[in-house]
Design a protein around this ligand. Structure first.
Ligand SMILES: [Zn+2]
Length: 455
């Protein structure tokens, strides 16, 4: 097999930063994924060499929460084709997306539908199954789902048809926690308090009402409940898109005797406050949970700088026309992020706040790889790992929607000047993004089953 080398890089490995080269398999034929052969001083020959000139070399990003289509009556702007292009241009080579049964749709049907959707993917993907209020029926299909490579689950405490109460959660987590491959990503917001506040406030085009009717306590109450359920059941739980100081405090508590309790947050919760919801443009910054005040943002940053969170995007963009023509109760909630995540964290974390590169890698790939059972094939630059690599150079660039490789007609990151750009992305040893163009072929990404990955 052909081999390639990235020379003269500052390589971020699980054991620390190494200056030198990474040599890896560089397969030409489709369907074969190249592995890393050597890290550090090179002893092997390589068929081609790229001189990184001292740039950072990090594992290809893992964005553990994206929506490349797949649910809802309002179309999500990105599917797998556009979304995975944007991911590669942003240094991300693996995503975790969803199989979300629609209403009465069966689990096997939903899996087939999403597998078809993903046929054009240029990044590797894991599917996570949403268990809805029909979970008793859906759980009968678990053996089939697991044969289809699905071992991760999403649970909601809110939304029509998906509201799981404490007893439902206890039942599901209690039944499924025995297999440590299984993880649970939970959207935690108190549906009763939100319904009460929405009724009190009425509907309007004041998008600050989104924040007022979903205050931090709505998240905190559900996260406390989850923390207890981890102790009770020994399940491995990640709080989805967490936004509050209270959630960060709960992560500080005693380590669960069994199971695991971790949290993800998203760049937008670190970058913006609820002030972005003010005025005419407020409709563009709508997602749930909503943006928070500066105190909560600071608490998230403190935890992020310690390297403790999973940084996912919850990438779920909608076209302007759906955002503009809505009230705070009807607006489709979700924003973009998969293109800018790695560059943005380099800019705001590393360049602005002094985050060290080990922690940068924890947030952008390693923590997710470990929690979701993909490590060290993903999220690590070590011999034997997949040759999924991102070269990150110092240098400023400005985000402009007309340059976006995804299907966006606006981005919440418009006009941001980011320090640090993705100069190259390799996926399975192939050059997938050369700093300007996405070179990968549609369909070059594959579904990952963590139970069938040999080390
Ligand atoms: Zn989501």
């Amino acid at each position: 097999m052909r081999t390639a080398r990235i020379a003269n890089a500052r390589i971020v490995t699980p054991d620390g930063i190494v200056s030198g080269d990474v040599t890896f398999e560089a397969p030409e034929e489709a369907g074969h994924s190249g592995r890393i052969l050597e890290v550090g001083p090179s002893t092997l020959n390589a068929d081609q060499t790229f001189d990184a000139c001292g740039a950072w070399l990090v594992p290809g990003g893992i964005d553990a929460h994206v929506h490349f289509g797949g649910f809802g009556s309002v179309p999500i702007a990105d599917g797998f084709y556009r979304g995975s292009r944007a991911a590669l241009a942003g240094g991300t080579t693996t995503v975790i997306d969803f199989v979300e049964p629609d209403g009465e749709e069966s689990v096997p049907h939903a899996i087939e539908r999403r597998r078809r959707d993903a046929m054009t993917s240029m990044v590797d993907y894991v599917f996570r199954l949403v268990l809805t209020e029909n979970y008793r029926m859906q759980m009968e299909h678990l053996p089939l789902a697991e044969r289809a490579g699905i071992h991760d689950f999403k649970l909601f405490t809110i939304y029509d048809g998906e509201t799981l109460r404490e007893d439902d959660m206890r039942f599901i987590l209690g039944k499924l926690a025995d297999d440590p491959h299984r993880t649970f990503l939970v959207h935690a917001e108190d549906p009763d308090q939100i319904a009460r506040l929405q009724a009190e406030h009425g509907d309007s085009t004041d998008f600050l009402e989104l924040a007022r009717t979903r205050p931090p306590e709505c998240e905190a109450r559900m996260v406390r409940m989850l923390r207890h359920l981890v102790d009770e059941t020994g399940a491995r739980v990640c709080v989805a898109h967490s936004t509050t100081a209270a959630t960060m405090d709960l992560l500080e508590g005693p380590v669960p005797a069994r199971g695991e309790f971790v949290a993800e947050t998203c760049p937008h919760y670190l970058a913006f406050t609820e002030d972005s919801l003010k005025g005419k443009g407020g409709c563009l910054f709508t997602m749930t949970p909503p943006l928070r005040d500066a105190g909560n943002v600071e608490a998230l940053w403190n935890k992020a700088l310690e390297g403790q969170l999973i940084l996912s995007t919850d990438h779920c963009p909608y076209s302007l026309r759906y955002k503009r023509d809505a009230t705070y109760q009807t607006v489709p909630c979700g924003v973009d992020g998969v293109w800018t995540r790695m560059s943005w964290l380099y800019s705001e974390g590393v360049a602005s706040r002094g985050m060290d590169m080990r922690r940068y890698v924890l947030l952008t790939s390693e923590n997710a790889a470990k929690f979701y059972g993909l490590f060290p094939r993903k999220g690590a630059i070590v011999p034997g790992a997949d040759a999924d690599l991102a070269v990150i150079q110092d240098g400023e660039w400005q985000v402009r929607v007309e340059d976006a490789p995804d299907a966006l007609d606006y981005t919440i990151w418009e006009g941001n000047r980011l320090r640090g750009r993705v100069a190259r992305t390799y996926h399975g040893g192939r050059l997938a993004f050369d700093g300007t163009r996405v070179l990968a072929r549609p369909g070059s990404g594959k579904q990952i089953d963590k139970t069938r990955m040999e080390a």
